[in-house]
Design a protein around this ligand. Structure first.
Ligand code: SF4
Ligand code: SF4
Length: 188
């Protein structure tokens, strides 16, 4: 019997998501329960189908990948235990690697990077520092000056409610531990 060579892109998704996409039989339960499905350009079950067919880059370029909230509803509903949320996460990584992040979701990526960089630096976030980095990254992305002002009206009410801290908080005591966590995640 002739052996079938596994598609390396599909293997990468399966390895990152710790799941077997071939197990999906397209029942649609994942899409039916997804709270974000109405906003998505490609439904979660169709994303899985694209990966099954080896169209990984096409799946990674979908806007849905970055609209996914990682709420895990799909993964818990799946009768075949396919980790759809894990596949969405894997496709996020692949979309960065292959530089095919959906154009409308580049700000989401800028926000995630700013958040993670703040945690990497201090072990915790500082809103002002994070928002400043996000605005700079977002602006350099599309040169839209409106981003700088976007949500500015929320600043004062948030500050009054003690939700916005102007002074950077002290970093966590064990910054070396934070460094090790990031190094381990990057290595994996
Ligand atoms: S719920 Fe599972 S089996 Fe059904 S379409 Fe989604 S991934 Fe496939
Ligand atoms: S994890 Fe993502 S794809 Fe799955 S149900 Fe939640 S939002 Fe939808």
């Amino acid at each position: 019997m002739q052996s079938v060579t596994p598609n390396p892109d599909v293997a990468q998704v399966e390895s990152l998501a710790h799941t077997k996409v071939a197990d999906c039989y397209q029942c649609g339960k994942c899409s039916a329960g997804c709270p974000q499905v109405e906003r998505m350009d490609v439904m979660p079950s169709s994303i899985i189908r694209l990966v099954q067919l080896g169209c990984v880059e096409e799946a990674a370029a979908a806007e849905s990948v970055w609209q996914c909230l990682n709420c895990l509803t799909c993964s818990t509903r799946c009768p075949k235990s396919v980790n759809i949320a894990g596949v969405m996460d894997a496709l996020k990584e692949i979309s960065i690697e292959k530089k095919c992040v959906h154009p409308k979701q580049k700000r989401t990526l800028a926000f995630q990077r700013s958040f993670l960089n703040a945690v990497k630096r201090n072990g915790r976030t500082n809103e002002i520092e994070m928002v400043a980095e996000y605005k700079i990254r977002g602006f350099l992305n599309d040169f839209n000056p409106l981003l700088v002002l976007k949500d500015a009206d929320l600043g004062l009410p948030m500050f009054k409610r003690g939700k916005l801290h102007l002074k950077a908080g002290s970093p966590v005591k064990d910054k070396a531990l934070v460094k090790r966590i990031f190094a381990k995640c990057s290595a994996e």
